[in-house]
Design a protein around this ligand. Structure first.
Ligand code: NIG
Ligand code: FE
Length: 395
């Protein structure tokens, strides 16, 4: 197993190892192995099993009876922005409702910022997320809303992650407030042409006050034709067509899913679109919680993500989202941890992350706790003790 170029490392004496491989360990979706070890070679996991059977390696790390989980996969964030919206949050906490109109405040601050300021902001929030165990993070444009500001947002995002999403259709640009059709033409024409080379995904905010069903379909189909894969902000502020559209177009995920009717649940249960729930948004807007239990019962795959952005959810913490999902959305701790790791990987159509199994990328989190359940049981406590990404110890 040893090779001259990549020393092997074993993490031993893991009280509970979450593999997310149901054929390993206890046979549940989490594939829990007790008193386990993991062996890393280069950037990959090469062995998992009982600690007493671990093969000899170059290095060893004794987990000391703590738990190890896959690195969190945060499949939905909006990190390319400048400024903040403290005043708006304060107003909400004294009874004002959330409105997508606040996005304009961030658009104006983002347009005024330099590339270096934007990049430093992204770096700060990516680092914050990493300290809390996030080893893969998707992020979006959407606060530029001109051809040049959207393209540079994506270029900045791509300095920090491979999972980059073009969200020119976040709201109708203030420059086109009187002519939304012209803005959709811009997004699907010159803006898409400038942005597609820098992104993997295309997203649209399909919601009253943002883009309606026809506009959202136009944006997503243009994105598909340009080689981008769709994902949709759907059914966040009220019931709407977003979820059904996402499933119809084979989107990787429908995000928010707060207001769903039975037809939406049927569509999610039968389709291949992941339902991505963003409990930080309901927390920070004092909105109704999505009913994760009902979505799981419908047979859908559920992911959990932060939605980190300065308006509706200014948290980079996946452990916080796990705790909220358990307390307020009807998920068990096992389900929430699965959704924050393997679920996020599914929402990004990735099979190399979100699992601790031979062949997977070596992205692992050592918790300062004997079990992953403590992520919900001990909310707000910094339980991330060490993080490996692509086999490198990074925290
Ligand atoms: O996912 N809903 C649309 N976009 C963000 C909020 C953006 C903002 O308020 O700045 C979201 O919640
Ligand atoms: Fe969002």
């Amino acid at each position: 197993m040893t090779s001259p170029t990549s020393p092997t490392t074993a993490i031993t004496h893991i009280a509970n190892l979450v593999t997310n491989n149901p054929s390993l360990g206890d046979g549940t979706p989490l594939g829990l192995i007790r008193d386990a070890a993991v062996v890393i070679d280069g950037d990959r996991i090469v062995w998992t099993g009982e600690s007493s059977k671990a093969p000899a390696t170059d290095n060893a790390v004794d987990a000391g009876g703590r738990a190890v989980i896959p690195g969190f996969v945060d499949s939905h964030s909006h990190l390319v922005f400048a400024g903040d919206r403290t005043a708006e949050f304060n107003a909400r906490m004294s009874g004002h409702p959330y409105s997508a109109g606040g996005i304009r405040t961030t658009v104006s601050a983002t347009r005024s910022a330099s590339d270096e300021e934007l990049s430093a902001n992204v770096a700060r929030y990516v680092a914050e997320a990493l300290q809390q165990g996030t080893t893969t993070l998707e992020t979006k444009s959407g606060y530029g809303l001109t051809v040049e500001d959207e393209a540079r947002s994506l270029r900045v995002a791509a300095r920090h992650t491979d999972e980059v999403t073009f969200l020119g259709a976040h709201i109708v640009s203030p420059d086109h407030a009187d002519d939304p059709a012209a803005y959709v033409d811009l997004v699907t024409g010159p803006m898409l042409a400038a942005c597609a080379p820098h992104a993997r995904w295309i997203d649209v905010f399909c919601e009253r006050g943002a883009f309606d069903e026809d506009q959202a379909r136009t944006v997503l189909t243009a994105g598909l034709a340009a080689g981008l894969h769709p994902r949709v902000h759907a059914n966040q502020l009220g019931h709407g067509p977003g979820v059904q559209l996402a499933v119809e177009l084979g989107a990787a995920s429908a995000d928010h899913c707060t207001h769903l009717d039975d037809a939406d649940l049927d569509a999610l249960g039968q389709g291949h679109t992941v339902a991505t729930l963003l409990p930080g948004a309901e927390f920070s807007t004092r909105a109704q919680w999505p009913d994760a239990r009902r979505i799981l019962r419908a047979g859908a795959t559920v992911a959990l993500s932060t939605d980190c952005n300065p308006g509706s959810s200014f948290t980079s913490s996946m452990p916080f989202c796990v705790a909220l999902a358990v307390r307020d959305m009807g998920m068990t701790p096992d389900e929430a941890v699965w959704s924050a790791t393997a679920g996020g990987a599914a929402a990004l159509r990735r099979t190399d992350i979100g699992r601790i199994t031979p062949g997977a990328r070596a992205d692992l989190v050592l918790l300062d706790a004997p079990s992953h359940v403590h992520l919900a049981y001990r909310p707000g406590v910094p339980l991330v003790r060490a993080v490996w990404r692509s086999g490198q110890r990074v925290v």
